[in-house]
Design a protein around this ligand. Structure first.
Ligand SMILES: CC(C)(COP(=O)(O)OP(=O)(O)OC[C@H]1O[C@@H](n2cnc3c(N)ncnc32)[C@H](O)[C@@H]1OP(=O)(O)O)[C@@H](O)C(=O)NCCC(=O)NCCS
Length: 429
């Protein structure tokens, strides 16, 4: 890349610091990158304060030298990249520290000059040097990140549920649901989420903005969102183990609809009880949820599963393995056995041939001997895809993405990489 750019990485500064404007300028660049409306100064302050809570690191690419008259000043980065550190539930409640990549933008007039490639490779190099085994992101387009070794690892979908007379659940309520003031979610949501997170493979610990948004502390324009409503689920011991945050679409939307802002349940019973409640809201004919799980017990609990209209089945979490031994030993496996994996990685972080031996669910990794063909040959992106058990190695073999050198090895990998319940990531970042 021609050296007319400089990359700067920095932590979000305190509001009183002279460096504060660096963060606000960075935020402006992100707004432009995602075609967002200009946010008010107060809203930007609010977001930056949440960034501080999450200890985000911001990367900006800046023009060096003079910029053309009347164009955006050199203080506004032409490219942005944000990171934060959270944990991923890799299955059976095991946790892995994971680098989350977010706010990736490149100004339209500076695109396709290698800025994304530079930010991404530099950041992955730093993450690896810090000892991290995994990076993750969610993608605006499906064709950008595979080249950097990211593979699709979980999915989600949008649903619309008809809550008219045919909405009948087979489920017998196991607790109670009560309406609460939305503001209790500031405190309750993180606690319920922590329990749900431990039960859900693929879940990533949430950033500060979640509790604020789902409680209506801020809406799209940064002001409080008084339209948010909330219901809590109490188990038979009276403890809160689930909640739904929701919003009425207004009388102009027909059929009359309630949109789920967030639904988190730390037990199967809480999940179905909350759906029973949603299905019983008077005057409402439809519940809509943009971030529903793909493998959803709701369909199986309904007398008529066709109450659910499902659309936009899409990739959600993308995983990038940086350290094969670190990532594979952080998991627990559903079947014992040995598997040798030849991994390619165009960025070089994970390349090698590994022998994975699983005993009593725990894996140990060694370098495979060179004189034996590996059972499976795959790119690190495919290893990321099969990591949470949500993408089937047999399907990837059929698609030509995995080469099976030992007959049956893909099925064996499927059995070993299976997790205790369907992987689902409830956290967008
Ligand atoms: C996507 C985006 C970040 C790419 O930035 P960029 O600096 O132009 O990318 P680079 O020049 O570094 O390109 C890196 C590689 O990605 C490819 N690429 C970039 N954008 C792509 C796209 N939208 N679709 C497919 N491939 C893409 C390039 O062809 C290049 O490939 P190569 O290195 O293998 O030859 C930029 O176009 C952008 O800001 N888009 C709008 C915001 C957005 O979608 N952000 C992603 C959020 S998840």
């Amino acid at each position: 890349m021609v050296e007319k750019y400089e990359v700067r990485r920095f932590r979000v500064a305190d509001k009183d610091s002279p460096d504060y404007s660096k963060s606000t300028d960075w935020m402006r660049a992100v707004e432009d990158g995602f075609h967002d409306n200009r946010r008010s100064a107060e809203f930007v302050d609010k977001i930056i304060s949440m960034y501080r809570t999450d200890d985000r690191e911001l990367t900006g690419v800046y023009q060096t030298g003079s910029v053309p008259a009347h164009s955006l000043t050199a203080d506004i980065p032409v490219a942005t990249f944000g990171t934060l550190l959270k944990t991923l539930n890799t299955g059976y409640g095991r946790q892995l520290a994971t680098r989350l990549v977010t706010a990736v933008t490149v100004r339209g007039t500076h695109r396709r000059r290698g800025l994304l490639r530079r930010m991404m490779t530099e950041d992955l190099t730093v993450a690896k040097s810090e000892g991290l085994a995994m990076a993750a992101l969610t993608a605006s387009e499906g064709s950008i990140y595979g080249r950097f070794g990211y593979g699709v690892a979980t999915f989600e979908r949008s649903i619309k549920v008809d809550t008219g007379p045919r909405f009948q659940l087979r489920h017998v309520p196991a607790g109670t649901v009560e309406i609460a003031d939305r503001k209790v979610l500031l405190d309750v949501a993180p606690r319920v989420f922590a329990d749900a997170h431990h039960l859900t493979p693929g879940s990533i610990v949430r950033q500060e903005g979640y509790r604020q948004r789902v409680s209506g502390a801020y809406g799209h324009d940064g002001a409080e969102d008084p339209g948010i409503r909330c219901a809590l689920h109490y188990n038979s011991d009276g403890e809160i183990d689930g909640y739904v945050s929701y919003k009425f679409s207004g009388w102009e939307t027909k059929p009359y609809t309630v949109n789920i802002v967030d639904l988190v349940a730390a037990s199967d019973a809480a999940y179905l009880d909350l759906w029973k409640f949603l299905g019983s809201i008077d005057l409402i004919q439809r519940i809509s949820w943009e971030e529903a799980p793909v493998d959803d017990p709701l369909g199986w609990a309904l007398e008529d599963p066709r109450c659910i209209e499902s659309s936009d089945h899409r990739d959600m979490l993308w995983l990038r393995i940086l350290d094969v031994a670190g990532a594979l030993t952080a998991r627990r496996y559903s079947a014992d056995g040995t598997l040798s994996l030849e991994i390619s990685d165009s960025l070089g972080f994970a390349s090698g041939t590994y022998r994975m031996e699983v005993r009593d669910g725990d894996a140990s990794l060694t370098n495979a001997s060179a004189d034996q063909a590996p059972d499976l040959t795959l790119d690190v992106a495919e290893l990321g895809s099969i990591y949470l058990g949500a993408v089937c190695p047999v399907t990837l073999t059929a698609a030509g993405r995995i080469r099976e050198n030992t007959p049956g090895a893909a099925l064996k990998a499927r059995q070993m990489f299976a997790v205790e319940r369907s992987a689902h990531c409830m956290t967008h970042f």
